[in-house]
Design a protein around this ligand. Structure first.
Ligand code: FAD
Ligand code: EPU
Length: 339
């Protein structure tokens, strides 16, 4: 049974802690709820926005439409073959609950993605990634309803068009689908991914002798907790910008002018630059404008230091973009979804 609320505050539903009102709000707890919603006149006449955990959104204004909060729960094993186990999770499951569930069963593949906030349904949106793993590495398929036709369809790995913090759902499929489940192809006999130097270092500090996925998860949690601000304490949405990709020639020129520049070679011959380094070297680490700030420990993260408005955070992001461009000639791109 659905209950559509009016003029609803989204402040507690976004990790930036920004005040914004939506004209209509509804939480759905099952696919049946969604099918009921489809028949509602408010649904039919409103612009729609799907909300998960609100950890990758900046609200800059009130929303004159219907926010649908996806709270559909459930985690099940759906198939098994060879060394693979297929786990289907409903979109409203909290991502970390799924990670813990998999670790409890010793199913490997997503332990490096520990402690990423948000819900399962949003994980394919920007192909979440951290510490050497991206969702596309373990993604089997997802099910989504077309918001207009109400028809359910399945997307496999290639139809999601995954890239670095990218998918079809940020482009041609933007605001067009309600993802209801995601199926992951995991390892019954986990392979450990410790390619990211910091993990090996942390495992050493933890004194781990016989490695398992729980240790990797704990190492990732330790590293993340030491660097990233906790949204429960200070509003933020993780990295506000993407790490920019530049051509080899551009990188070499920058490197000759800035020998300390932090960059990684990519397989296509280009280089990925650490945006946090560019922002810090532009003198902006810890910089504030009103209650909007660049985090003092991780310059890639913008924070709400109190009661910043979405527009204050957005203006600060514009200032960061312009300052980095003026200093390095590199154009940063926002990672966070702006509403
Ligand atoms: P929301 O913010 O609610 O939504 C994000 C987008 O997805 C919106 O466009 C929304 O419309 C859409 N969406 C959400 N659910 C659905 C659905 N069911 N169907 C259709 N569309 C949907 N991200 C990383 O990749 N790596 C990191 O290491 C990382 N670290 C973070 C650290 C912190 C402290 C924070 C605050 C954020 C971090 N993030 C990271 C960003 C964020 O956690 C992820 O992008 C996460 O997947 C967002 O999930 P969410 O449920 O909160 O999505
Ligand atoms: N750096 C600085 N100054 C800073 C911040 C970073 O010089 O203020 C340098 C660091 O010293 C390091 C490099 O930049 O050499 C990279 O920093 P870090 O390892 O913290 O990772 P990141 O590039 O800032 C990315 C992701 C994170 C992800 C981590 C770990 C993006 C946009 N961000 O951050 O994802 O958790 O790597 O894999 O790709 C997110 O998307 O919200 C997010 C947090």
């Amino acid at each position: 049974m659905i209950n559509i609320l009016q003029n609803y505050s989204l402040k507690k539903l976004n990790t930036f802690g920004i005040e914004a009102l939506t004209k209509h709000f509804v939480e759905i707890n099952s696919e049946k709820d969604f099918l009921e919603l489809l028949e509602n006149p408010i649904y039919k006449s409103s612009e729609k926005f799907i909300l998960g955990g609100g950890s990758n959104i900046l609200f800059t204004k009130n929303f004159d439409g219907l926010v649908i909060k996806n709270a559909i729960k459930g985690i099940n094993i759906v198939k098994e073959d060879g060394n693979s186990i297929y786990v289907k999770a409903a979109a409203g499951e909290v991502w970390q609950d799924l990670v813990n569930w998999c670790i409890g069963k010793n199913f490997g593949g997503i332990e490096n993605l520990s402690l990423i906030p948000g819900c399962v349904g949003a994980s394919p949106m920007q192909n979440i990634g951290a510490y050497g793993v991206e969702i596309k590495d373990v993604f089997e398929e997802l099910e989504a309803y077309d918001l207009q036709s109400g028809k359910k369809q399945t997307f496999d790995n290639s139809s999601c068009k995954f890239g670095y913090r990218e998918s079809v759902f940020k482009h041609a499929g933007k605001n067009k689908f309600l993802i209801v489940s995601v199926t992951f192809k995991l390892f019954k006999h986990p392979k450990f991914n410790v390619s990211y130097g910091a993990i090996t270092e942390e495992l050493g500090k933890m004194g781990v002798k016989e490695l398992n996925i729980k240790h990797i998860s704990q190492a990732v949690i330790n590293i993340r907790s030491s660097k990233l601000p906790d949204p429960q304490k200070i509003g933020n949405a993780g990295s506000f910008f993407k790490n920019p990709e530049v051509e080899k020639g551009v990188y070499e020129k920058l490197k000759s002018q800035n020998p300390q520049i932090v960059a990684y070679a990519l397989q296509n011959g280009n280089y990925k630059l650490a945006a946090g380094w560019l922002i810090e070297q532009s003198g902006l680490k810890g910089h504030s404008q009103g209650e909007a700030g660049v985090h003092y420990k991780q310059a890639l993260v913008l924070v709400n230091k109190g009661n910043a408005s979405g527009n204050e955070i957005y203006s600060l992001s514009e200032y960061v973009l312009q300052t980095v461009f003026a200093k390095f000639g590199v154009k940063l791109e926002r990672e966070v979804n702006i509403m």
